[in-house]
Ligand binder design. Structure first.
Ligand SMILES: C[S@@+](CC[C@H](N)C(=O)[O-])C[C@H]1O[C@@H](n2cnc3c(N)ncnc32)[C@H](O)[C@@H]1O
Length: 274
C-alpha cells in the first residue's frame, strides 16, 4: 500500500519527452543530449547535481566497478557517475514511470551499454548476494518505513569489502513543512534521526567509514537558493519540468525545513567487512 502511494506521488506520463523538449528549447535542436546537459533536470535532489558530485567524491568508484543505484529515479545520477568514472551502473526504482523515463534518457545519451535501470523494490532487490562492488542511494530512504530491511538488502548484494554511500534527509526537530519533494503528506515520509541512521546502518553489519551531518555546512546555500527562487522564479530547467508546478512549493518547503532544522542532511560511507 505504501509502495503504491510512493509510486503515485512520483508518477507522471511522458517524462522523457517533456525533459528532452525542455532541454532542446534551451540548447538547440542539434546539440547532444549528455548527462551534463540533462543535469539540471534529472538529479532529484534539492541541491541537484552538486549533491551527486559530493556523493561521487565519497564513493569514488573505479572504472572496472559495477555499481548499484538504489532508488535511481529517472537515472540522472547513474548516467552522470558512469560518464564521469567509466564504471557500470545498475539502477533500481519503485516508480514505473521513472524507470521508463530512465531507460529512454539512457538511450538518448548513448549510455545503454553501461547504465541500466530496472523497476523493483529496494526492500527486495532482484540480485544475487555479493553482486556489486559499490552501491549508493540518494534521497530515497526518506520513503522507506522498514530501514532495517533497506540496509540489509544493500549489505546482501554488495561484495565483501564493498562500499555503500548514502546521501539523504533525516529527522530534525519537528516535522517537515509538508508537502516536500519526497512526500505530499506524512503518510509516505519516514525520517529517522541522525543517530538512528548510524545505528541502523551498523546493525545491518556495515562498518561506518565516514558519517557527516552536512546540515550546518549547506544551510546558507539552501537559504540563498530559496531566496533566489522567490525573487527571480525558478530557472527554466529544473525539477519542476519533471514533477510539474507543485515542485515550486515542494522545494521551498524542503529548503525551509532544512533552514529551520526540521530536516537534517546526512552523508554516510559504510563498508561491508571483507
Ligand atoms: C527523491 S527521488 C530520488 C531519485 C534519485 N535517487 C536521484 O537522486 O535523482 C526518490 C526515489 O526513490 C524511489 N523509491 C522510493 N521508495 C522506493 C523503494 N522501496 N524501492 C525503490 N525505489 C524507491 C522513488 O520511486 C523515487 O524515484
Amino acid at each position: 500500500m505504501t509502495g503504491n502511494s510512493v509510486a503515485s506521488h512520483y508518477a507522471s506520463s511522458g517524462i522523457a519527452g517533456r525533459l528532452v523538449a525542455a532541454l532542446r528549447a534551451e540548447i538547440g535542436p542539434e546539440a547532444a543530449i549528455t548527462p551534463d546537459a540533462l543535469a539540471p533536470l534529472d538529479h532529484f535532489h534539492g541541491r541537484g547535481v552538486l549533491a551527486t558530485r559530493e556523493l561521487l567524491a565519497v564513493l569514488a568508484p573505479l572504472p572496472a566497478d559495477h555499481v548499484l543505484d538504489i532508488g535511481c529515479g529517472i537515472g540522472g545520477p547513474a548516467r552522470w557517475i558512469a560518464a564521469k568514472t567509466g564504471c557500470r551502473v545498475t539502477g533500481i526504482d519503485l516508480t514505473p514511470d521513472f524507470v521508463e523515463a530512465a531507460t529512454a534518457l539512457t538511450e538518448a545519451t548513448g549510455m545503454a551499454g553501461r547504465v541500466r535501470c530496472l523497476q523493483g523494490s529496494a526492500l527486495d532487490l532482484p540480485f544475487a548476494e555479493s553482486t556489486f562492488d559499490r552501491a549508493y542511494s540518494q534521497n530515497v530512504v526518506m520513503n522507506i518505513a522498514d530501514k532495517k530491511r533497506f540496509y540489509a538488502e544493500a549489505f546482501r548484494v554488495l561484495k565483501p569489502g564493498g562500499l555503500l554511500a548514502l546521501s539523504n534527509g533525516a529527522a530534525g526537530s519537528g516535522d517537515p513543512y509538508f508537502p516536500v519533494p519526497w512526500a505530499a503528506t506524512a503518510a509516505t515520509s519516514f525520517l529517522s534521526t541522525v543517530d538512528d541512521t548510524r545505528r541502523d546502518v551498523e546493525a545491518a553489519g556495515f562498518a561506518i567509514e565516514r558519517f557527516h551531518d552536512v546540515t550546518d555546512d549547506i544551510r546558507a546555500q539552501v537559504a540563498a537558493q530559496r531566496r533566489r527562487a522567490e525573487a527571480e522564479g525558478l530557472p527554466r530547467l529544473g525539477l519542476h519540468v519533471l514533477m510539474g508546478d507543485r515542485m515550486r512549493t515542494y522545494l521551498a518547503n524542503s529548503q525551509r525545513s532544512i533552514e529551520d532544522g526540521r530536516v537534517r542532511m546526512v552523508e554516510v560511507l559504510a563498508r561491508k567487512p571483507a
